[in-house]
Design a protein around this ligand. Structure first.
Ligand code: ARG
Length: 674
């Protein structure tokens, strides 16, 4: 469809809109006159009826025209030039192409379905358009008889020439098989190698706040927080890669009643805490002690409450004690973030104290708070449905709910967030649903904001029970990472890698495997499900595991090394040597690589990273098939390289580049030798 078509649609839409306006005026006139000329009421009614019918038809027509305009303009924006290393979304490109053809064929069909699927068998092309069956049904509902086959033929004849499509064939009951052109894929793969990177698909830039990790001061940082940290980090990486402006926030639990106990206990135990650093390295037992006192000792309890009040008023002495306590935890958290290469800014609940005071007044003045046995609560959508938020407790204190209301307002209004992502265990999903409803009711967020609660299931031990140490304690995260390191080294030694790698290389490989496998095990499971934490499983070198993928990657990179071709030489070779995709396994691998932007788009929709892991596994399998069937280098009996297939080395390199990008999004660190 051309620019003139677009203009034509605009014109037609304009005319229809004007006609509707005119009809509206006529109807009004008729109705007004009907009120005075009651003797002719019947005639007036039928005229109004007719005009209203006409109006409905025109509105329908207008909707169709508007859609055509929309399809046309998005097509004009969406198809990028093919000589860049920005991979195009082939799904989008084909959807646009067929949507256009379907609209041209059936302009009166409202919302025609456009379904593009990957073909299961190369005999039936690379992709398929499966819309003909449903369109045939829609037509027959309107009394129009057309077999799916006829529908498919008509659509096919209206498909414009495309730089992506070689040919179309109709098969079976009315499938349109789409055979892709190879040329644009060859160009894309070449430019990947030339620039050594893959640019993200073009996306509208958003300001995104990702609230993740968020452990609680003085309490255990448990595997749930580890999941939030790993998933959150990966979501941030993906959004940043797509070009969004991401604010990574650690909403640590650093405020509330428990700090009263902790501070009161600190004052008793270490009265010189302001001049000497007290040895509360084991903050957890310190917390337990203070809790026990709080429950038994009324004098202590009263003093603890006093401390909370003072803390919330920012009393300098109390703030000092509080900071001291927070620092102890903070150091622990930081160690973990460094080991896992996680970047995050701490902005805990305490940050919102002033904002909480403001939001409470705000909600009160809007009449959104309700008395409930001394508390002040707020309902989500409508009163008495679901669980309300407690905004003020009966003792006058604020709650987790209050701080989240204050935080969402601050993020929208001061951080200008368009999109907020919360990563916590699925157990908190009711909390976040209520938060979204309350924030809507309070007009803090509107339709233009996107809010996601990225929930996840619990981590289980190999006994399928909640993940615990043998003695039943919570597993310390640092112990868990240490154990990972130990096991990773054992795996390397079992494979006798110490005989091949230098000490330095061995260490790098150990970390890459240990942290990589912990992250990957988490990310590769559907986050909505619980998952069993098992070092044995995650360190397996077969199947969809980090170890398998990391080995696969090093193997790809080692091909060029064996052929004695450096990466620089590959870059140069890509300038002059064309890539060929004649072998079916070459073409199969190339098509898997081409899918990368579609995989990313799918993840952005529901923030499930296991799609990316499945994709990595698919790349690894397609590469293995390619490598087993297509010689990249040939050696003689003396194991000397006698022939190098440059095109295939380039395909391998393009694979490595996409693989590397995926690893980066998952937080995996591939190594060139392991
Ligand atoms: N500290 C909380 C917890 O450990 C998680 C906080 C999540 N973020 C939020 N804005 N509520 O469960």
């Amino acid at each position: 469809m051309s620019q003139t078509n677009l203009e034509k649609y605009h014109k037609r839409a304009e005319i229809a809109e004007r006609e509707i306006e005119k009809l509206k005026r006529d109807i009004q006139l008729l109705q007004d006159s009907g009120l005075t000329m009651s003797n002719d009421m019947e005639n007036v009614d039928t005229d109004v009826g007719k005009l209203e019918q006409e109006n409905i038809k025109l509105k329908h027509r207008l909707a169709i025209l508007k859609r055509a305009v929309e399809a046309e303009s998005s097509k004009n924006n969406a198809v990028p030039s093919i000589d860049s290393n920005t991979l195009i979304s082939i799904q989008d490109a084909l959807s646009h192409l067929f949507k256009e053809a379907i609209i041209a064929t059936y302009p009166d069909l409202p919302d025609p379905p456009v379904t593009i699927a990957i073909a299961g068998n190369p005999k039936f092309g690379d992709y398929q358009c499966n819309s003909a069956m449903s369109i045939s049904k829609l037509l027959s509902a309107q009394g129009i008889k057309a077999s799916p086959y006829d529908v498919a033929s008509k659509i096919q004849s209206n498909v414009s020439p495309s730089p992506y499509v070689e040919k179309l064939e109709i098969a079976g009951a009315g499938f349109i098989n789409i055979f892709l052109k190879q040329d644009f894929v060859k160009i894309l793969l070449s430019s990947l190698v030339k620039t050594a990177k893959v640019l993200p698909p073009v996306t509208e830039k958003k300001r995104v706040v990702v609230d993740f990790s968020s452990p609680n001061i003085a309490k255990e940082m448990h595997v749930g927080h580890l999941r939030s940290t790993i998933i959150g980090e990966s979501i941030c990486r993906l959004l940043e890669y797509l070009g969004h402006d991401v604010l990574r926030l650690n909403h640590v639990g650093d405020w509330g009643t428990q700090f009263g106990m902790l501070i009161a206990h600190l004052q008793d135990k270490f009265p010189n805490y302001s001049t000497e650093s007290p040895p509360i390295s084991d903050l957890q037992s310190f917390y337990k002690e203070s809790k026990a006192r709080f429950e038994e000792d009324t004098e202590f309890k009263a003093r603890a409450y006093e401390c909370v009040v003072k803390l919330q008023k920012f009393d300098p002495e109390i703030i000092k004690a509080w900071q001291l306590i927070c620092d102890v935890s903070r150091k622990d958290f930081q160690k973990l973030y460094e080991r896992l290469d996680v970047k995050i800014i701490e902005r805990g609940e305490s940050f919102y104290q002033k904002h909480m005071e403001t939001i409470v007044k705000d909600l009160e003045s809007k009449g959104l708070l309700e008395e409930d046995e001394g508390r002040k609560i707020m309902w989500g959508e409508e009163p008495n449905v679901g669980v309300p938020f407690t905004i003020i407790k009966s003792d006058g204190g604020f709650t987790y709910d209050t701080s989240d209301m204050a935080a969402i307002k601050q993020r929208v209004e001061e951080e200008n967030a368009d999109w907020i992502v919360y990563v916590t265990d699925a157990g908190q999903s009711v909390h976040f649903q209520t938060l979204i409803k309350c924030a809507k009711r309070a007009k803090i967020i509107t339709e233009k904001h996107r809010i996601d609660h990225v929930g996840f299931g619990v981590v289980l031990g190999e006994d399928n029970k909640k993940f615990k140490t043998r003695s039943g304690d919570t597993v310390k995260l640092s112990d868990l990472l240490d154990e990972g390191l130990r096991r990773a080294m054992q795996t390397l030694l079992d494979k006798e890698r110490d005989k091949v790698l230098t000490k330095e290389e061995l260490k790098i490989a150990q970390k890459s495997i240990a942290y990589g496998c912990i992250k990957y095990a988490d990310l590769s499971h559907n986050r909505n499900h619980e998952y069993v934490f098992s070092f044995d499983k995650m360190l397996e070198d077969k199947g969809n595991t980090a170890v398998y993928l990391l080995y696969n990657f090093t193997r790809i990179r080692s091909i060029a090394r064996t052929a004695n071709v450096s990466q620089e030489e590959l870059k140069k070779a890509a300038e002059t040597n064309p890539i060929t995709l004649d072998h079916p396994k070459e073409w199969k691998l190339a098509k898997v690589l081409l899918k990368f932007p579609d995989v990313l788009q799918k993840i952005v929709k529901d923030l499930c990273l296991h799609y990316l892991c499945e994709y990595c596994y698919e790349i690894a399998c397609a590469f293995s098939e390619f490598y087993d069937n297509c010689y990249c280098i040939e050696k003689n009996q003396l194991n000397e390289v006698v022939k190098v297939n440059i095109s295939r080395l380039l395909i391998a390199e393009a694979t490595a580049i996409i693989f590397e990008q995926c690893f980066d999004l998952l937080g995996l660190k591939p190594v060139s030798r392991m």
